[in-house]
Design a protein around this ligand. Structure first.
Ligand code: ZN
Ligand code: ZN
Length: 426
């Protein structure tokens, strides 16, 4: 991996800002655009310990916006590792359901949810994959009531990122520790679109652009999408769920608040049909999953289901992942992202889905977003399944887009329309 140049030689107004001022901009965008925090709303925040300066800025902006109360839960990588090193076997089938129940209660009571991403993506790389899988299943089960309110967009929520030393080392392995962290911060600022003169206004504009694309795709009512690479390693038909709805550029949550669930976001995404995915696909970027790295994924789908899965590294993790439950072998999301997105243009591999999924078109194994179906947020599980929406404890995005990928929209009668050529919107 080479280390690309991040900042342009010309000094723009953004470059003239101090680090604290840049951090403050990110915090402001997170609260006003990401969360759209409403006056009087409670806010739950999760963050790595290293994110404390950003947490404090976010907390300030939240109270200025009228937050009722901001409560932050901190995570700590070395403490997570200590569990893998010293905890007894029973620990790996346990998750604090009581805490997740309380969080779900807070959500139902009107709380908004913000997460700061920044944990070391390779934290668990050397740990026992069986223990990781068990801990993930236990955590997913315990958090289901709270997660459901998020995947159904009942509440306003968002994720932003914070540069941390271990993550920065992975992204910029050739740099000294401090330089790597500041390079990662600059990359996060740029990718998060806070480097203009008026980030809040520019985010509104960006959201509107994505919305126009989403409206266009929704008007087409495609039956499926066809992804094809020039070298033939990807030749995949992704059927779209009946009544599928494209989304992107923000969403109005069930509580009526307009939010941008991901900062950054560049994608237009929808719900595939869980039984109508066929062909082969090769990942265009490595996947970092819960502290493990999975490289060069290639899989074959038949009638919606993965029947063959390979990876040059982390194949074991991949196979355990898709064995989580019945829905883990099927798709819950398909997303189109132009190759020219700022994140893709940075040339940086972030080892973090929040960024990497916005650098390339992607698919996700597992749970579908019910909001990506017409009237879906009011449907029960059975009704959703009937339309083709997948259900699973997992939702894992992986990148399949690149400058070598063409995408066609295919209508029910077989008529095709080019959507992307060499990774760009037609
Ligand atoms: Zn996505
Ligand atoms: Zn996703």
């Amino acid at each position: 991996m080479s280390s690309p140049v991040i900042s342009a030689p010309v000094r723009t107004r953004f470059d003239a800002l101090s680090f604290d001022e840049k951090l403050d901009r990110l915090a402001e965008v997170a609260v006003k655009i990401g969360l759209g925090l409403r006056e009087g709303q409670e806010m739950l925040l999760t963050a790595p310990m290293e994110a404390l300066p950003l947490v404090r800025r976010i907390t300030e902006h939240a109270y200025k916006a009228g937050a009722l109360l901001v409560t932050t839960f901190y995570g700590d990588d070395p403490s997570v590792l200590a569990r893998y090193k010293y905890a007894g076997d029973a620990s790996f089938d346990y998750a604090p359901e009581w805490l997740q129940t309380a969080i779900a209660t807070a959500f139902r009571g009107g709380a908004a949810r913000m997460a700061i991403a920044g944990a070391n993506p390779a934290l668990l790389a050397g740990q026992d994959p069986a223990k990781i899988a068990r801990a993930n299943v236990a955590a997913s089960k315990a958090s289901k009531p709270a997660m459901e309110l998020i995947t159904r967009h009942e509440i306003n929520w968002t994720i932003v990122a914070c540069a941390t030393p271990e993550w920065a080392k992975l992204v910029f392995p050739d740099e000294a520790a401090d330089a790597a962290v500041s390079k990662l911060w600059e990359a996060i600022f740029k990718a998060s679109r806070i480097d203009g003169d008026d980030p809040v206004a520019q985010w509104k504009e960006h959201g509107a652009t994505l919305k126009r694309r989403v409206d266009l795709l929704n008007a087409k009512r495609f039956h499926s999408l066809h992804f094809r690479s020039q070298d033939g390693t990807t030749d995949l038909t992704v059927g779209l769920a009946d009544e599928h709805l494209w989304a992107g550029g923000g969403t109005t949550a069930g509580n009526g608040v307009y939010c941008q669930p991901n900062i950054p976001t560049e994608e237009c995404f929808t719900t595939p049909h869980k039984d109508r995915v066929d062909g082969v696909v090769r990942a265009s970027k490595p996947l970092s999953h819960q502290g493990s790295l999975i490289e060069n994924i290639s899989v074959r789908f038949e009638s919606g289901k993965i029947v063959e899965a390979h990876a040059t590294a982390g194949e074991d993790v991949l196979n355990r992942l898709i064995a989580t439950d019945e829905g883990a072998r099927r798709l819950g999301e398909v997303a189109l992202v132009p190759h020219s997105s700022p994140i893709s243009e940075s040339g940086i591999l972030f080892w973090n889905t929040l960024f990497d999924e916005n650098a390339a078109s992607h698919i996700a194994l597992g749970q579908a977003y019910s909001t990506c179906l017409i009237g879906g947020e009011k449907m029960g599980e059975e009704e959703l399944a009937k339309l083709g929406a997948n259900s699973s404890l997992i939702h894992v995005d992986w990148m399949i887009g690149s400058a070598a990928i063409d995408v066609d929209g295919v209508h029910a009668d077989g008529a095709r329309e080019p959507l992307m050529r060499q990774g760009e919107w037609v």
